[in-house]
Design a protein around this ligand. Structure first.
Ligand code: PGA
Length: 256
């Protein structure tokens, strides 16, 4: 049984004081949700110390939204993996479509970041997904295969077991358009087959694959009840305490 993992990707929202306000309120209302799923919050870099300090005594983990592929040195504006470790940050989101499209990160760069993260035992949340154009021209499978094969180059079975994959169709991110549960399940099953080809069936069965792209309280139950959907990576709906809590509640109870 794979324990679901629900992660909040705040993108470029919430400085340290808003992070503190959110987390204080969130923790006071969370109850026993973490019995049923792992919860991760990914604030911007400047809010990581505050998030780490508040969450260290709680069962909620922190993620960075990016990291450099380089070690310390002359890389203006960058943050390296040891700096994240120093803040006790266990997860890092890599390969997000906004990093790919807005900041031009190639599969090769993403792979270098993935390998660098694993050097210090950071757990990647590795994002993949096709654009609408790619889907409509029948390239879904080829795109996922390329992103998986290139992004995970050099990964051992152990590295894979410490990685969470996030399938996020680009056309569903921040658009309000969600993949149907059937479309999402179909893509997740394909990703699991790709992982099995690289790492064997046992590893592929254990890796958690999140769905991301306009997940909301109203669609979380249906999406997370699909057999290969093991959680969610949530942008917009994670910015308000009430909606993120409701999404977690709906996603983990799945209409029970
Ligand atoms: P969204 O973002 O939930 O706002 O669509 C998801 C993501 O980009 O991870």
């Amino acid at each position: 049984m794979r324990k679901p993992i629900i992660a909040a990707n705040w993108k470029m929202n919430k400085g340290p004081s808003e992070t503190e306000d959110f987390l204080t309120s969130f923790l006071s209302k969370l109850g026993k949700a973490t019995d049923k799923c792992d919860i991760v919050v990914a604030p911007p870099f400047v809010s990581l110390p505050k998030a780490s300090q508040i969450l260290h005594s709680h069962d909620v983990s922190v993620a960075a939204q990016n990291v450099s592929q380089y070690d310390a040195g002359a890389y203006t504006g960058e943050v390296n993996v040891l700096m994240l470790r120093e803040l006790f940050v266990p997860y890092v989101i890599l390969g997000h479509s906004e990093r790919r499209s807005v900041f031009g990160e190639s599969d090769e760069v993403i792979n270098a970041k993935m390998l660098k993260a694993r050097e210090v035992n950071l757990k990647p949340i590795f994002c993949i997904g096709e654009t609408l154009e790619e889907r409509e021209s029948g390239q879904l499978e080829a795109v996922l295969k390329r992103q998986v094969n290139e992004g995970l180059k050099g990964f051992s079975e152990k590295d894979m077991l410490e990685t969470v994959v996030a399938y996020e169709p680009v056309w569903a991110i921040g658009t309000g358009v969600t993949a149907s549960p059937e479309q999402a399940q179909e893509a997740h099953a394909k990703v699991r087959v790709l992982l099995a080809e690289l790492f064997g069936g046992d590893v592929a069965d254990k890796v958690r694959i999140q769905y991301g792209g306009s997940v909301k309280p109203a669609n979380a139950a249906e999406l997370l009840s699909q057999p290969d959907i093991d959680g969610a990576l949530v942008g917009g709906a994670s910015l308000e305490v009430a909606s993120f809590l409701q999404l977690i509640e709906n996603g983990t109870n799945k209409g029970e």
